[in-house]
Design a binder for this molecule. Structure first.
Ligand SMILES: [Ca+2]
Ligand SMILES: [Ca+2]
Ligand SMILES: [Ca+2]
Ligand SMILES: [Ca+2]
Ligand SMILES: [Zn+2]
Length: 648
């Protein structure tokens, strides 16, 4: 009777399996030819253009409307000037609840002038959404994990930078009014685009006693004459503008003045992060978002400039140098890394000598593995991201997530290879790559306060700190490729083994005492309970195929991630009678105290590793001859597996 029954179930199960297989086949993206469309035309965006706040909003709203099963746009509050602090949640909403998936957070543009830091996350939203179903990699990511993308942390300054005349350095702060010069007036003397060319440049004036002259090698640049040489004939007046308040100082109190990138609570200093931690709606909104999303297990935070991959590993982390190298021998050998070119090895060199307290070396090794891909794609230099109130040091040290700060871009114009880009090299790049477009030439101007002057002599604002439009799409793509790689290394949990080995059956009449295995106590009859059923071993292996663990060493240290849980369902009278000891050695059952529930804590699962568990379980015969196993990890996601059970 029961044999017939289980055969029937098996048949049903195999039909279901075939159905599932067909269904999955339909939903999973087909492998495309690299030369063919991947859905780009479904939502056109010009990625060679910097989008201001309204344009960014239109793109985000358009994407959310076009892809309602994959994207949800919410505003996490308002900036000082009342702009929405957009955050886009992206995942396949039909493959599980977002909070049950590992979360990956991306933001940028906390320094308003660093608008490529906004374009990269915005591009990522578009890339993920248009490619879902057209790209196996992207489809797999959105089925498994959830992205939280906040393209602009500082939309007021970011919008001003793009829409209004500015230097490449401003506006950087948010718009909390500050009296920079202590005259009782706030923001009273900004920079001005006097000649209306859309750029804020420099001003110079002919002056018989002036100490500057045009550079003989390139008259677009000004050089200071030597102290004993005759005057150069020019005085530099400063940044383009007027002395609005007639105090004799030029542009001394520009709007805003708070560095939000120093406003976070980890290693906070009032000197840099004035007036107090999380004083701004923009920064407070970031932390509140993390409070509400305990599943986040990876953070990218975009700045410019300098071509750096910075990783937060705590204030005690050190890098490079002989001293550290010898210190490093105290630790076990580092991780297995992919092959690297000579250039890549040089870039990685110092970061491979990172040292940190022993307990957290595994976090350093995780970063090393992840950084290699970034170095390969971007040719940026990996380094540490220290403290002083920055965001990734908070998301690592106090929230426990692997956290990256990317310093985007740097003109690729180091022609002589000395490691820096001089003004002359920059100008050569402007001439050769941009046909002269990236530089403002000197033009005469009649200044209301200085009389006949000239304005110019500077890079245009979209140049040194941000790629010119024609390079923007490539820039966004490469950076997206790197952080999506890191996202793909979020915990990828799988129950790789689940075997039930029946020891003996029991029935209501009772089968008396029996030895189960060596080292184990006798099972008394009352352990078996009533009815008809089976007692046996359940051997389980859970593996994490991602590089990122379900909890970093830092997360464990600051106790912000609950241990992963294993839940077993096997009918009404299912019971876990005992489990292998926490040392994870197979076979030895720690005790036979009944577990209070069928959900047990199983610790954390490291990157690219697995854990084995042996449980002694009891279940009654029922119509459902299988066990359902659920691994539920706060930052590693939730997975299920069903296994059949044989009754004796
Ligand atoms: Ca003032
Ligand atoms: Ca101008
Ligand atoms: Ca002034
Ligand atoms: Ca001014
Ligand atoms: Zn910055």
């Amino acid at each position: 009777m029961s044999k017939m029954f289980s055969r029937n179930v098996l048949l049903k199960a195999s039909i279901l399996f075939v159905l599932c297989f067909l269904l999955t086949g339909m939903l999973t993206a087909q492998q495309r030819s690299p030369g063919k469309s991947h859905g780009e035309e479904s939502f056109y965006v010009n990625w060679k253009h910097y989008h201001n706040f309204d344009e960014m909003t239109t793109i985000l709203q358009g994407l959310a409307e076009k892809f309602p099963r994959l994207a949800k746009l919410t505003s996490s509050g308002k900036s000082r000037q009342g702009r929405d602090l957009w955050i886009m949640e992206i995942s396949n909403f039909e493959s599980g609840k977002s909070l049950d998936k590992p979360g990956f957070y991306i933001d940028g543009d906390i320094h308003g002038n660093e608008v490529n830091g906004m374009m990269v996350p915005l591009y990522t939203c578009w890339y993920l959404l248009t490619r879902y179903g057209n790209d196996k990699f992207v489809t797999g990511l959105l089925d498994r994990i959830v992205f939280y993308v906040r393209p602009s942390v500082n939309p007021d300054a970011g919008n001003s930078f793009i829409s209004e005349p500015n230097t490449m350095h401003h506006p950087r702060w948010n718009y909390r009014p500050i009296d920079n010069d202590g005259d009782g007036l706030f923001d009273e003397d900004p920079e001005e685009d006097l000649n209306g060319d859309g750029e804020i440049s420099s001003m110079r004036k002919r002056d018989p006693h002036g100490r500057y002259k045009p550079d003989p090698e390139d008259p677009r640049l000004m050089v200071r004459v030597k102290d004993n040489d005759p005057p150069g004939g020019w005085t530099l007046l400063g940044t383009e503008g007027i002395d609005n308040d007639n105090d004799g100082r030029l542009n001394e109190d520009i709007p805003g003045g708070l560095d939000m990138a120093r406003n976070f609570p980890y290693d906070y200093s009032i000197r840099n992060g004035w007036p107090y931690p999380l004083s701004e709606p923009e920064t407070r909104g970031c932390i509140e978002f993390f409070r509400d999303h305990p599943n986040i297990n990876g953070v990218f935070h975009y700045h410019n400039t300098g071509s750096l991959i910075m990783m937060a590993l705590g204030k005690d982390a050190k890098m490079g140098g002989q001293e550290q190298q010898s210190g490093r021998r105290r630790y076990r050998r580092g991780p297995q890394l992919p092959e690297m070119s000579k250039e890549e090895q040089e870039l990685m060199k110092n970061f491979l000598n990172v040292t940190v307290e022993r307990d957290r070396m595994r976090d350093a090794y995780m970063y090393q593995i992840l950084a290699v891909r970034g170095v390969h794609i971007l040719k940026y230099r990996p380094t540490l991201n220290g403290g002083v109130g920055q965001f990734p040091p908070w998301t690592y040290s106090m929230y426990g997530a692997p956290s990256f700060l990317i310093e985007l871009w740097g003109i690729p114009a180091d022609y002589d290879g000395d490691g820096r880009v001089s003004q002359k090299e920059g100008l050569r790049w402007v001439d050769e790559e941009l046909d002269g477009e990236g530089w403002v030439n000197w033009q005469p101007y009649k200044h209301p306060q200085f009389g006949d002057i000239e304005i110019g002599g500077s890079y245009t604002k979209f140049m040194r700190r941000t790629p010119p439009g024609r390079y923007l799409e490539e820039h966004c793509l490469k950076n997206t490729r790197f952080h999506l790689y890191v996202a793909s290394e979020l915990p990828k949990l799988e129950i790789t083994k689940a075997e039930f080995k029946p020891l003996y059956g029991f029935s209501a009449s009772g089968s008396g005492k029996k030895k189960v295995v060596k080292n184990s106590a006798d099972l008394s009859a009352n352990k078996m309970g009533s009815g008809k059923g089976v007692i046996g071993w359940l051997d389980i292996e859970v593996r994490n195929f991602g590089v990122i663990p379900t909890a970093t060493a830092q997360a464990v240290k600051v106790n912000v991630v609950r241990p992963d849980k294993l839940k077993i369902e096997g009918g009404k009278n299912f019971k876990i009678l005992g489990r292998s000891d926490p040392e994870n050695r197979l076979g030895k059952v720690a005790d036979f105290e009944d577990e209070k529930s069928n959900e047990i804590e199983i610790g954390y699962i490291g990157g690219r590793s697995g854990k084995n568990y042996r449980l002694l379980v009891k279940l009654n015969s029922s119509k459902k001859n299988y066990l359902t196993l659920t691994v539920d990890s706060q930052r590693g996601g939730k997975i299920k597996k069903k296994i059949p059970v044989k009754f004796l």
